[in-house]
Design a protein around this ligand. Sequence first.
Ligand SMILES: Nc1ncnc2c1ncn2[C@@H]1O[C@H](COP(=O)(O)OP(=O)(O)OP(=O)(O)O)[C@@H](O)[C@H]1O
Ligand SMILES: O=c1[nH]cnc2c1ncn2[C@@H]1O[C@H](CO)[C@@H](O)[C@H]1O
Length: 432
Amino acid sequence: MKFPGQRKIKHYFPVNAGNRFDRESVAFSHVNTYVTGIDQNLVDITARVDDELLAEFELQKGASQLMDSEKANLLYQRLQLNDAIEDEFAGGTIGNTLHNYSIIADDSSILLGVMSENIVIGTSAYRYLCNTSSKVDLTHLQPVPGAIGRCFALITSDGERTFGISPGQMNALSEDYISEAVIADASALLLCAYTLADESLPIYGATLKAAELAVKHDVPVILTLGTRPLVEAKRETFARFIRDYVTLVAMNEEEAEALTGHADPLLASEIVLDMADLVLLTAGPEGLYLSGYGDRSLLRKTANPIRSGAIADFNAYEFSRPIRRRDCSEPVKVYAQIDPYMGGPDKIHNTNGAGDGALAAVVHDMTANHYHRTVLPTSSKHVKPFLTYSSFAQVCKYANRVSYQVLIQNSPRLTRGLPEREDCLEEAYWDS
Ligand SMILES: Nc1ncnc2c1ncn2[C@@H]1O[C@H](COP(=O)(O)OP(=O)(O)OP(=O)(O)O)[C@@H](O)[C@H]1O
Ligand SMILES: O=c1[nH]cnc2c1ncn2[C@@H]1O[C@H](CO)[C@@H](O)[C@H]1O
């Protein structure tokens, strides 16, 4: 696997500068890592629409919502008639994150979900397979006799995306297709709130089984919250699930407010830290926040100016590395924030998937840490079971950079990794 943001070799390798053994054991060892995750497999049908069309089809702007197949077919016909469809491309919040992880980390991932057993050229299933990185292992998917899901990703002129979901058989995933071996050896298990929305669906049971196995095998569970109305409707259920199973929660500001009642990102993160160990909160043009725990004796002071918001001096220890609360002798909440990379792209056509991109970067840093610990358990990097390889501040930079890449591509799935060097930046950007 590639190490995250290998811009400053000195910063990442060798860990103990000049130690030839360390360098060689890293270079020559063949440790296989991968992450896994469960998704409602679907394709994104991206189309440009106006607010009137959203109103006509009773779609709540900015949210993800289910549509019955009659309405979905009518919408599809209308979009075709208006020549509004830009793309039909593999989507799904976890599918995107695994794909992007595999692209930026050059490492494997295993996708769990359903796939049509008969693939016909041009169908959603066909497109899904065509647009997924070959590093994403699709051999554990459950075959189903019908179609996978369709997600109408409707983009309005303000760049906002609204999702209408026609589920097909995307929720048919049975717990029989959740293999203990796959979960036990993974560096992380990625889940989304969407598969926890309806207890009567098979995919709900599959998600619960995967989460239980992950906890049994001490594999970090990562939960991304999906969409505000769902979090509002299931607030208590999700809070309980997070307390019981989740290490890292990823969400945007709206989902954070729905979960905690706080619109302020720092206050919302503080509350979520009482349920989980690490919180990624993306805030669109305000950048993103990464919050978690540091152990008091291992805290590292920032060299950046100290900042205050709803929490005073919140970034004081952003150079520390995140660790689970239970692994701290004296846990201290640590916060970091970063503005959009380069201020964000000049023009944003479509923000779809920018949050998934940020999460893929955090997952990459966590997996790099797992890999390094497996190869070099005696390294000074592993005096404690840290969750990431890099500091809060560094992970923020990386997540922000990957989001930017998604935004300039206008598509949630990256076609290639990040450039090795940032020509537009001074090397110093990657220090610290
Ligand atoms: N308007 C913007 N200007 C600059 N940067 C942006 C803008 N919107 C998003 N970003 C960047 O993308 C990151 C993630 O964006 P956002 O908070 O919109 O994610 P999200 O709502 O979870 O997206 P999705 O659910 O579609 O994946 C932000 O942290 C920021 O770095
Ligand atoms: O209900 C859903 N289940 C799974 N994925 C979804 C759902 N709604 C939207 N997305 C996915 O979220 C991605 C951006 O984060 C989009 O690519 C879309 O496919």
